[in-house]
Write a protein that binds this ligand. Sequence first.
Ligand code: AMP
Length: 282
Amino acid sequence: MRMIRTIKQLRRALATSRSKGKKIGFVPTMGYFHAGHISLMKASIKDNDVTVVSLFVNPIQFGPDEDLAKYPRDLKRDSRAAQAAGVDILFVPSVDQMYPQPLLTYVDAGRMGDLLCGATRPGHFRGVVTIVSKLLNIVHPNALYLGQKDAQQVEVIKKMVRDLNFPVCVKVCPTTRERDGLAMSSRNSYLSPTERAQAPAIYKALCHARKMIADGERDAAKINSQIKKLISDGTNASIVYISCVGLDDFCITRRIKGDALIAVAARIGSTRLIDNIVVKVK
Ligand code: AMP
């Protein structure tokens, strides 16, 4: 595996691969790798000749009161994990490399970036789609690998790729979970043992919602209130939102139909966790 720190070197390395007709897969990350990240890398390695993973904690997607400074970082460990997974290139640019001057031009994530997580994290999805479009312009991959864990990120990036004609195929990998169901996340490392013991309540509540829907429940308000009750009963979590929305447009659904996303964000202690399920109703 090569670790590359500059855009120029990365472009040079990839031009050689491209000229040989190699297929390039790309996995953008903020590092502190866990099995969820590794599953994306493995999916790309399986489908492509060259896999590029970027590791960049992107300052413009963090709000002023968010965890940019304390976001977990461990480059040595990450580099070993990426190499063991079979990654070809780990791209680790500095902030100066990605933002040599203050940005004047951003990509707007539109209405879908203002809903769900966007409602309490203003500017977050603008930061996400801006960095992903910069990285796509640098890497020019054939395929882009994203995790379903960040369902809103997936949909917002899919719309960006469609609207701005990026010639890339978006592949979505399922959420990797701990044994007790907690969705893996770099931010789980913030949880104290007591908080960690409470955190699986979020996915348990989502599984219960899935069962309610399988049993015929279609009323989104009833499903939301049951999720709320199950999370609140077992934890001191503060719920940021619970939403049943259409998967394609994030419009709030009163009655579950078609492809619906049920998404939750909750704070356990000071850690903000998100999780979601997708249900398909005929
Ligand atoms: P991050 O480093 O948290 O920005 O995540 C980088 C990529 O890994 C994103 O596409 C995430 O959706 C994906 N990812 C993070 N956690 C998981 C998980 N538990 N399962 C699958 N993909 C994940």
